[in-house]
Design a protein. Structure first.
Length: 167
């Protein structure tokens, strides 16, 4: 069964927001949170770039996708993601955490949660920009999916702000 990418993005956002809410209560949600955040970023980037007619590599990594949506040569203004250098570094920390989850080591998983709330918020804002605030094509995200996505992103941002205040 084929689902539109906006549905997949909304589903990923719901999953991720659940773990964003739980992460302050249980550390077992942190790996799922970073995995969901990176997947959401990738989905939003691919959706925006494909709608803009940009050429995508066969196996792009999240860093490459983020660089492309932030490049006016790949994604024209006003759709270009407004990311600063520190935003890219914050996203890279979340991607590195996801990589630690996806590539287990014999010593186990050791995520530094204190370094992640800022990156979680930047990732959320990037997804919001690409899919809701400034979509390449207004109809690329179904109205229902946009509402689900917006609610989930708000929960993620609120949870990350709370989580950051705890540290």
């Amino acid at each position: 069964m084929v689902h539109p990418l906006s549905r997949e993005l909304a589903d990923t956002a719901k999953f991720t927001s659940t773990h964003a809410i739980l992460v302050s209560e249980t550390e077992t949600s942190l790996p799922w949170l970073v995995t969901g955040m990176v997947l959401m970023v990738q989905q939003a980037c691919v959706m925006a770039l494909s709608e803009a007619g940009a050429e995508l590599p066969a196996m792009p990594g999240p860093g490459e996708l983020v660089a492309r949506v932030a490049d006016p040569a790949c994604l024209a203004q006003p759709f270009t993601a407004p990311l600063r250098a520190d935003d890219h570094r914050a996203i890279e920390r979340v991607v590195a955490a996801r990589n630690d989850v996806m590539h287990p080591r014999p010593r186990g998983l050791n995520l530094d949660a204190r370094a992640l709330p800022g990156g979680i918020v930047v990732c959320s804002r990037l997804v919001r920009h690409l899919a809701i605030t400034q979509p390449v094509r207004p109809s690329m995200v179904d109205g229902h999916d946009a509402a689900v996505l917006g609610d989930a992103l708000s929960l993620i941002e609120t949870s990350a702000d709370f989580w950051a205040s705890v540290f």
